[in-house]
Design a protein around this ligand. Sequence first.
Ligand SMILES: Cc1ncc(COP(=O)(O)O)c(C=O)c1O
Length: 290
Amino acid sequence: MTAPIAHFNGELLPLDQIRISPLDRGFIFGDGVYEVIPAYGGSLLRAREHFRRLQRSMDEIGLANPHTVDEWIGEVARLLSHHPGNQSVYIQVTRGVPPKRDHVIPRGLIPTVFMMASPLATPSPEMVEKGVACVSARDFRWEKCHIKSTSLLGNVLARQLSADAGATETILFRDGFLTEASASNVFVVKDGAVAAAPQDNHILLGITYELLAELAAQGKLRYAVRPIPESEVRSADEIWLTSSTKEVLAVTTLDGKPVGGGAPGPVFRRMHALFQDYKAKLAAAPAAVA
Ligand SMILES: Cc1ncc(COP(=O)(O)O)c(C=O)c1O
């Protein structure tokens, strides 16, 4: 099988022909940022929001953005012309290749840009219907979780806890409050009201998280952003995960105990329907971005 086409510093190449220097600061320090954008039949979901977040991540680490948003969108379209169907577009920008390994950031490096597309794996109908299992852990990551950094060791170790338990995600608590999960944002529902953790440095501000706030308003759901104590998560009627690839997914067990009635709840079903409607409109729209 031939390797899929990927983007490397402006060139489209088979993935297996891309060569990256071991001195690249992304390789040696995890000194880089990334984005993952879902594409439905060539239409990017919330492309501008994703590129705004990429810009914020770059600003946080003092990395100059090599492209304007329109250039990024053009480059992604060029890549997607080789990848029909629904895709997950991965975009990574690292600080580039210095002459030697040194923690100090050298001036004048040219950032390394890498993009690839892979078939978008959204949750199966069974996962949507039955919900998924999660475990919990103390949030042992750093204080800058709002940066979508390629330094993901904390998230990787957190995710592995759930993988080892045969579960879908690891829900994290910092100082007794919900932050997020290893690769998703988390929402809770009690008595019909939806709550989300604050948009601070302890979570990645998900593009799906922001979309859910809009859909909640549209669907006239009660919705609040506020600190959520661990006890509230453990006694919630519903818990949801969101991410660009998971969309919105119900958590039906946490640490082996049923969440609410142990099945996806009515508020989840409403939100899931709102999400699917939003996606269907996107797929029907002629524009390549939304
Ligand atoms: C740590 C973390 N939080 C939240 C999210 C959800 O973000 P988005 O909805 O933009 O995919 C992700 C996505 O991968 C993530 O890695």
